[in-house]
Design a protein around this ligand. Structure first.
Ligand code: MN
Length: 318
């Protein structure tokens, strides 16, 4: 890993651009904010520019109000740090502020990463980008503080599904232990992330959940959602996330797949695997990407046709 080279590059720059993927999750946001904290402690000017504003459900994260969306003006910077993106185009509209003459550092953990940076700190075995960033700080003996520890913990907590997914290793737990030692409360952080449904929202989500379909000897749980359903919650909560979390607990289930028709001839497909089936391969077949246990793609066609095509390929991986 080019830790030292990247650190030199950061240290000699005056202004740093930070970005992460569209529809950011907590791993993306918290990695950005943890790095920003460190850079500010070095006296750097930091611009965090994401494609969209921070979703309401993540606005509790300390410092998230400093994250901006691309404006009309160019942002002057010396180096760009991109977090949690398998490909550069995943930063969406933030590409507008990129100056391709300036170096890009790619911090990530997607197996499908394209190594788009001049420097690539990519660890497909890491649970999260927050874990990659922890390793970066650790290797360079950079001291952390409680705020950074909380941010990294949130990234790891959510990308491992609260330390339940296959990407959780002994290394992940050792890092978590070191972070908790900064005096953070695992319970409080858990509550902030997961105890957040209004009675109406939870009722709605459970109603949607009751429309599940079981396929292939009950190994696959399938949902076909309308855009109206996925839009219902706005950015208060992510209904797909809730369905995934709920249905992972069903005995014998290998894969959960959600089809959402997002255009007249465009369907979004999201996969989660309980560990045995590599859903990055299935999404990859349709031009998408992700991780072994969490992936997605967009396929041309209405939900019904896409479902048929995707399930056929998925069946081969069971
Ligand atoms: Mn991630």
């Amino acid at each position: 890993m080019n830790y030292k080279v990247v650190h030199q590059l950061i240290k000699k720059s005056r202004s740093v651009l930070i970005s992460a993927h569209v529809s950011p999750d907590l791993d993306a946001l918290c990695s950005e904010l943890a790095m920003a904290q460190y850079l500010r402690s070095l006296g750097k000017r930091v611009h965090i520019i994401n494609s969209e504003k921070v979703p309401e459900m993540y606005q509790f994260v300390k410092g998230s109000s400093c994250i901006k969306t691309p404006g009309k003006r160019a942002v002057p910077y010396d180096v760009a740090l991109v977090f949690d993106c398998g490909e550069l185009r995943r930063i969406g509209k933030a590409q507008q502020v990129l100056d391709l003459k300036k170096p890009i550092v790619n911090f990530d953990h997607h197996v499908t990463n394209t190594f788009f940076g001049q420097y690539n700190l990519v660890k497909p075995k890491a649970s999260s980008t927050a874990e990659v960033l922890f390793d970066f700080f650790y290797a360079l003996k950079i001291p952390l503080n409680k705020t950074i520890a909380e941010l990294l913990y949130l990234g790891i907590l959510t990308d491992t599904g609260s330390f339940r997914y296959e990407n959780t290793t002994s290394h992940t737990h050792r890092i978590a232990a070191q972070l908790v030692d900064f005096g953070l409360s695992a319970n409080k952080l858990y509550q902030k992330v997961y105890t957040r449904f209004s009675p109406e929202d939870l009722g709605f989500s459970l109603k949607v959940a009751s429309n599940f379909e079981l396929l292939f000897q009950k190994k696959v749980v399938c949902f076909s959602l309308s855009k109206k359903t996925t839009d219902y919650a706005g950015d208060r909560f992510d209904i797909r996330d809730h369905l995934f979390t709920t249905f992972r607990t069903m005995r014998g289930v290998e894969v959960i797949v959600i089809f959402t028709q997002i255009g007249s001839r465009l369907t979004k497909v999201n996969f989660r695997s309980n560990g045995r089936v590599n859903v990055a391969e299935v999404a990859g077949f349709f031009g998408g990407g992700g991780h072994k246990a969490a992936s997605g793609c967009q396929v041309r066609g209405n939900a019904k046709d896409v479902k048929q095509k995707v399930l056929k390929i998925l069946n081969k991986h069971l």
